[in-house]
Design a protein around this ligand. Sequence first.
Ligand SMILES: NC(=O)c1ccc[n+]([C@@H]2O[C@H](COP(=O)([O-])OP(=O)(O)OC[C@H]3O[C@@H](n4cnc5c(N)ncnc54)[C@H](OP(=O)(O)O)[C@@H]3O)[C@@H](O)[C@H]2O)c1
Length: 261
Amino acid sequence: MERIVVVGAGHMGSVVVRGLVDGTPRAEVVVVDPSAERRASLDGRAEVTATYEPRPDDLLVLAIPPRAFDSFADGLPHGACARATVVSIMAGVRLAALSSALGTETVLRAMPNLASRVGQSMTVLCPGDQVPADGVDGARNALSVIGKVLVVQDESLLDAATALTGSGPALVAHLAQSFTDFARAAGFDADDALLLTSQVLRGTADLLSEPGVTPESLYRQASTLYGTITQGIATLREHRVGESVRTALEATTERARELAG
Ligand SMILES: NC(=O)c1ccc[n+]([C@@H]2O[C@H](COP(=O)([O-])OP(=O)(O)OC[C@H]3O[C@@H](n4cnc5c(N)ncnc54)[C@H](OP(=O)(O)O)[C@@H]3O)[C@@H](O)[C@H]2O)c1
């Protein structure tokens, strides 16, 4: 039976574990976390332990903070990961750093996001050059329990993915705040303001998932139907909202690059 070990049972790790337990019943799922409280919250769903006891063919998912990585790697017995497949979701730890610290070429980096909690992550996965096809498939399958997975071969795309998909839910939530503020000011109560906003976001996302629909085709089509939308889009253009959003994504990407060194 395949063994999947999730190291770090915080916000992301615990969601991955819950998804794995529900979504991959044939895998043995082990959770490693120093916190007794976090282990207790997952006990009964997965095997829990305070320290990682390596087995040669583990699929290891690293969901620890980047600052904890060096001491985790230093604490492993020599050669412990030589045959393991290692998937890191740590922001800003490059494939070369993973490979050299863990002593294996079978390393992959993944950038999931907060929507993992509702099974709607957009995870971007980048395998190292030496990862065999079945290693990529195993990682993709493991991460698909938290949402959609896109595999890319160019590691530099992960910096942009950290901005667009990793930080995306928070950036979109910031924009959504303007919608709820507007609804409140118009007279809707807080619950209704949130309902209106979240349903608009959900509906728009679903429309954008239809074949042949793009953001531009959607707003152009809507604009011809209602004069009101033309007015709204013109105001967004006048205030350079699109440009501001692109600048924010570029700044977030640059920060991701800095973090990765
Ligand atoms: N949250 C996001 O939206 C998001 C998105 C994309 C990627 N990520 C990445 O995902 C990783 C985890 O993020 P998070 O938000 O889940 O962080 P978190 O809530 O702080 O969880 C990290 C967990 O790892 C544990 N840990 C630390 N050192 C460990 C070790 N040596 N062995 C086992 N467990 C250890 C921590 O325990 P203690 O608290 O006791 O130290 C904590 O329970 C980070 O690297 C982050 O960059 C997060």
